[in-house]
Design a protein around this ligand. Sequence first.
Ligand SMILES: Cc1cc2nc3c(=O)[nH]c(=O)nc-3n(C[C@H](O)[C@H](O)[C@H](O)COP(=O)(O)OP(=O)(O)OC[C@H]3O[C@@H](n4cnc5c(N)ncnc54)[C@H](O)[C@@H]3O)c2cc1C
Length: 473
Amino acid sequence: MTRVVILGAGFAGQTAALYLRKELGKDDTVTVVAPFSYFTYYPSLVWVGVGRMSEDRPIFDLEPVYKRHGIQFKKGWAREVYPDQQEVMMEKENGETERVPYDYLVNATGPYLNFEGTPGLGPHGGYTQSICTIGHAKQCRDAYLEQIQRMEKGEQVNIVIGTGHGMSTCQGAALEYITNLHRDLLRRKVRDKAKIMWLSNEPRLGDLGVGGISARSRGYIMDSETFAKSLYAEQDIYYQTQSAVTGVEQGKIHWENYEGEQGETEFDFAMLIPQFKGRPIRYVDAEGNDITGKMTNPLGFTLVDGGYGKPWGEINDKDWPSTYQSPVYKNIFAAGIAFAPPGSISKPFVNKNGTNITSVAPRTGMASGITGKIVAYNILDMIQGKEPTHREALSGMPGACIASIDKSTWNGSAATIIMYPVAPNFRRYPEYGRDLNITSMEIGLAGAWMKRLLHTGFIYKMKGLPGWTMIPE
Ligand SMILES: Cc1cc2nc3c(=O)[nH]c(=O)nc-3n(C[C@H](O)[C@H](O)[C@H](O)COP(=O)(O)OP(=O)(O)OC[C@H]3O[C@@H](n4cnc5c(N)ncnc54)[C@H](O)[C@@H]3O)c2cc1C
């Protein structure tokens, strides 16, 4: 009998749990430990945040899914892992703790949203909004609708969207929010009352934390900087990149740029993505020593089979993790945002004041699902007495950012950016690092359909409904 414990019920954890349950025997157990008993389909939170989708649509209850599939569910936060004893200590809602034993452990706990990293940032006592959880998206929508009321009375409003820390990631989500917001203001006939600004840590517009993208378009090579510039010109959106938000107060965002200059941007409404860190889980060995520093990188992401410690310019495709197995404890894996990348994809930058202004590598939904599946099959290998044979690295994996401009399937539109691979592979594609036969950037109605299809298809898959394995991650 084998016991697999999965921490987290998001894109990576849910994928791993469904595949493991499908493949494991009757006597084996798959247990998911997570603090909430619902699944969140994050890409649709952009629509909740502008009031275009009700808050119940991107989430569903996990308990019936687990009941149907025979997956055990323990509601709580994983706080400590004892790798020598092969146990996880979880804390329940009522403060009680429980030790959960495992033979194999998957850390799929996603990001810790580090609002504290920027004073005044975020919806918990700060001055800015977020769309990074369903609760945040609701709060963001309410704050946005208050601004709509002001605009309807004829008042002028400053809106700032982007990143809230020098080392934020997930620019794609913010890009999607800004384009949806523009469209929503047009629909409400108050677009002329808003000045909209993009403020980010990217080295250049359109970088998106993946070093920008080049794609073939009507015989020419177009890059994502040109693509984003034309999108923003068309939508009358101002922009400022190469900036780290260093603090926020009522109505004012403080930032520093590459040159080390400090400045302020006034706002009435701002949605800024915080820095992502790993979830704070302590690893303790048999002697009671805290070995977290051996298991994770300084940001708390779990170290796996990556080529860590190289300077940025020397990181190559082979340094990206591919089995997601911990080098310290072979029965521990990490998937999704929880695994440590070998470095950023975008060029890092530290200004003369020592402020780090670097777009950190995104680990997108697609990559999270794929890594969840890889981990599941590697655990199955190990149960059969083999070394992990399944490998897929971000330098060999596709990524998609579909920045919907409106969700309507009749007159909606989306900026669809497809890249292969996510982390450039200059050994295979020496010129641009990516396969230009696959990588593409388009704006059109087809993207809006694809976005809707992804919402429906992905939630169907995550519910493990009949035929779920046929829907790709
Ligand atoms: C607004 C928004 C829009 C996005 N749009 C896109 C998009 O268009 N395309 C795309 O590819 N990606 C998109 N993403 C990114 C995508 O959502 C993430 O890549 C994906 O959710 C990461 O999956 P994950 O499983 O690693 O983490 P998550 O999905 O965040 O899941 C983490 C899980 O761990 C649980 N957890 C946390 N702490 C603990 C703990 N201590 N113990 C146990 N469980 C814990 C959480 O409750 C959750 O169940 C978007 C993200 C956001 C925020």
